[in-house]
Design a protein around this ligand. Structure first.
Ligand code: ADP
Ligand code: MG
Length: 238
């Protein structure tokens, strides 16, 4: 496959320091990289290495404390909190480890609520079918398994039809078989809709499905590996 080379995001020497009382933590020390439109990136690294902080910077949740980050020419490093909110609303969807569904809305309503907030949403009912939960659309999250809840969360994230989908340990709370189903959905979203997807994990098997793998250690990018031959989640021996 030919890699799309349209640059979506450019980060140069970004850093993020958290000051908690007397102690300063450098979650991101110095990272420079590009994200290309249409690629699937996996961010791999041990716990505490700065993966979530990096993803939150990319998604406009955390401002950087140093360096520059441009998203399609938008300088996120100079953006106000209100501008970051607008940026996220326009371009980004998140999937987290613990689903974060609204408990008093049905599965379908959880997906539809995003549609109401976005400019060009995909059809919520179609997405419920797409994630294999058409028959559970009327169920409340509390009646669904973890894997089913995560599928609803993915349908919700995709429904917004974002340019960039950011996933922080989306399979972290699931067993392997259920986790593979989740990865399959993310992989298909990247392929079928030509959307950019970034997945954080500490499972190196997951890296096999990515175009590129960022290896993170102690707030630095240790290396970026291009995968020559891409595997679909179904091909990986878990
Ligand atoms: P990972 O996702 O790889 O586990 P994180 O990005 O969550 O790593 O955290 C990197 C480092 O930054 C850790 O030492 C963590 O304790 C610290 N950290 C993350 N978020 C905050 C915060 N909001 N306040 C203070 N320290 C933080
Ligand atoms: Mg994390």
């Amino acid at each position: 496959m030919c890699m799309p080379m349209d640059v979506l995001l450019t980060a140069r020497h970004i850093s993020k320091t958290f000051a908690t009382g007397e102690v300063e933590v450098r979650a991101v020390a110095d990272m420079s990289f590009e994200i290309y439109a249409g690629e699937l990136v996996v961010i791999l690294g041990p716990s505490g290495s700065g993966k979530s902080t990096l993803l939150n910077i990319i998604g406009g949740i955390e401002p950087v404390t140093g360096g520059t980050v441009f998203y399609r020419g938008i300088p996120l490093h100079q953006a106000s909190a209100a501008q970051l909110t607008d940026f996220r609303r326009e371009y980004i969807s998140f999937v987290f480890q613990f689903y974060n569904l609204l408990p008093n809305l049905t599965a379908l309503e959880n997906v539809e609520i995003t549609a109401e907030m976005s400019a060009a949403p995909l059809d919520a009912g179609m997405l419920m079918e797409r994630v294999g939960l058409a028959d559970r659309a009327g169920h409340f999250p509390g009646r669904l398994s973890g894997g089913q809840q995560q599928r609803v969360a993915i349908a919700r994230a995709i429904c917004k039809n974002p340019e960039l989908l950011l996933c922080d340990e989306p399979t972290g709370a699931l067993d392997v078989k259920t986790g593979v189903q989740i990865l399959q959905l993310l992989w298909e979203f990247n392929r079928e809709y030509q959307k950019t997807v970034i997945i954080i994990t500490h499972n190196s098997d997951i890296a096999k499905i990515a175009h590129r793998v960022f290896h993170i250690k102690d707030g630095y990018i240790e290396k970026i590996v291009n995968n020559e031959r891409l595997l679909s989640p179904g091909e990986v021996r878990w």
